[in-house]
Design a protein around this ligand. Structure first.
Ligand SMILES: Cc1cc2nc3c(=O)[nH]c(=O)nc-3n(C[C@H](O)[C@H](O)[C@H](O)COP(=O)(O)O)c2cc1C
Length: 440
């Protein structure tokens, strides 16, 4: 009822000013359709529906067109889609950025479902096969006004493609929200870009590159629980491998340090260790069953180990799979071990590296870094090298992925060369090791 009233209100306002007509109206986008996209979309009708907020915002100042609106416009132009803006009934645009943060926090805490305004009717919606659903990320997901839209407007059974602008959260939980709202929809991988970048002319090229490499017929990642990001993955049972790693085995090992000193220490050799940061660090690399074995290498976001790592065989070349892939379809630790296992984020590594002492050491013939926590807990990170083509480079040095991207082509890596350590970034297609964690 509320929605119909709001639609009536919208129609009235549309009569009154052409400016608001532009923001409420569903309209065909200007031409500029990409030929390759036209071919793959033949016979299918496409809609871009999005929310975007003008006003004062993080990093971009006071703007009269929101960041996501740029991306929505490019997608509509390049796919020949109709475009429809979802407006909030509430006036968010006159609020300062700080006021917005407080408002949105309150909405989350109180589970508010804000009213929306749309010009879409059920009859309209029937004609669309593919819907791009866009918005900024607010508090890790679509703005709650978009969640009301997803609750009230039926897009079930269609192919849905999320897109977002954000300042670090990538697609956040948008894929999961779509799948939750529409269990029979085919939810495909989406596009995300930072709000600042969305306003630059290069954003048009980024959207173009994405659409040109996009498969509208891709296998649906999201109909299984595995494909849903974040929270749903956390509910997944441990695999037998992940379950085995919840029990600890300790062993006495002989450690030889780089200056020749020797020490006999008892350490967890299988299972996990709290290094004082509240995180349980696996004692072993993914694919290894003791700390002195390097384990498998993975390209960032891929979940199957391989021998040959090149740009051309990298599954996600030029594809945005999110700024933080932990607990997603792209997290090899989550996929292979299940439960709470995940790839550590940049921050997990940062805290671990700064709160422990490090010594370059050899255990059972394998060189690596022995980390000691203030309570005496030990973690051995063996040299594993990186793999480019089929060649393992610098096998005595440690290379471990973080779950966070660095930019469009690189991701964060913890780098452990002989007698030193740091955080760096490497091409996502390169083979690098994974040390899983569980959060307590
Ligand atoms: C209230 C609020 C909450 C936000 N929360 C997040 C967030 O959780 N993660 C993130 O990456 N960016 C967050 N941002 C940044 C926006 O996603 C980003 O500025 C976006 O480009 C805004 O798009 P728009 O101009 O289309 O509304 C937030 C911004 C606001 C105003």
């Amino acid at each position: 009822m509320k929605k119909i009233f709001l639609k009536g209100l919208c129609a009235l306002v549309m009569l009154m000013t052409s400016l608001i007509f532009a923001s409420c109206g569903k309209k065909a986008a200007a031409s500029g359709m990409l030929e390759s996209v036209a071919d793959s979309l033949r016979g299918r009708k496409v809609l871009v529906v999005y929310f975007s907020r003008a006003g004062e915002n993080y990093l971009v100042g006071k703007v009269d067109k929101g960041n996501t609106a740029f991306i929505a416009q490019y997608i509509a132009e390049m796919t020949g889609a109709d475009i429809s803006e979802v407006k909030a009934a509430k006036d968010y645009e006159s609020l300062s950025y700080e006021e917005m943060l407080a408002t949105v926090r309150e909405e989350h805490e109180q589970g508010v479902m804000p009213d929306f305004v749309t010009d879409l009717t059920e009859a309209d919606l029937k004609q669309y096969d593919i819907v791009f659903v866009g918005g900024p990320i607010w508090w890790g997901t679509y703005p709650r006004v978009m969640l009301t839209f997803l609750r009230d407007i039926n897009l079930d059974g269609k192919t849905l493609i999320p897109f977002t602008t954000n300042e670090g959260s990538g697609l956040g939980k948008t894929k999961a929200e779509l799948q939750k709202a529409y269990p029979n929809a085919r939810v495909l991988d989406g596009f995300s870009i930072t709000g600042q970048e969305a306003r630059q002319p290069q954003a048009r090229d980024a959207v173009k590159a994405w659409l040109e490499s996009f498969s509208f017929d891709a296998a649906d990642h999201s109909t299984t629980a595995d494909a849903v990001t974040g929270a749903s993955r956390l509910q997944k049972e441990c695999t037998p491998e992940g379950e085995a790693m919840t029990e600890n085995k300790t062993q006495v090992v002989e450690v030889t340090y780089s200056d020749g000193r020797k020490e006999t220490l008892e350490m967890v050799v299988f299972g996990s260790v709290d290094m004082g940061d509240g995180v349980l660090w696996s004692a072993t690399n993914l694919g290894a069953n003791n700390p002195w074995t390097p384990g498998n290498h993975y390209a960032w976001g891929e979940t199957k180990p391989k021998k040959n790592f090149t740009e051309s065989n990298y599954t996600y070349l030029k594809k945005d799979i999110g700024a933080d892939i932990s607990h997603t379809w792209y997290d090899a630790a989550s996929v292979l071990l299940g439960g709470d296992w995940q790839i550590p984020t940049y921050d997990h590594w940062h805290t671990l590296l700064r709160n422990t002492t490090h010594e370059f050491a050899t255990i059972n013939g394998k060189k690596g870094h022995l980390l000691k926590a203030s309570g005496g807990q030990l973690l051995f990170l063996p040299g594993n090298g990186y793999i480019y083509d089929e060649t393992v480079g610098t096998p005595d040095e440690g290379f471990y992925w973080a779950a966070n991207d660095f930019d469009h082509t690189n991701a964060h890596v913890t780098y452990l060369p002989v007698n030193s350590w740091g955080q760096s970034n490497y091409g996502r297609y390169i083979g690098i090791g994974i040390r899983p964690i569980r959060i307590k």
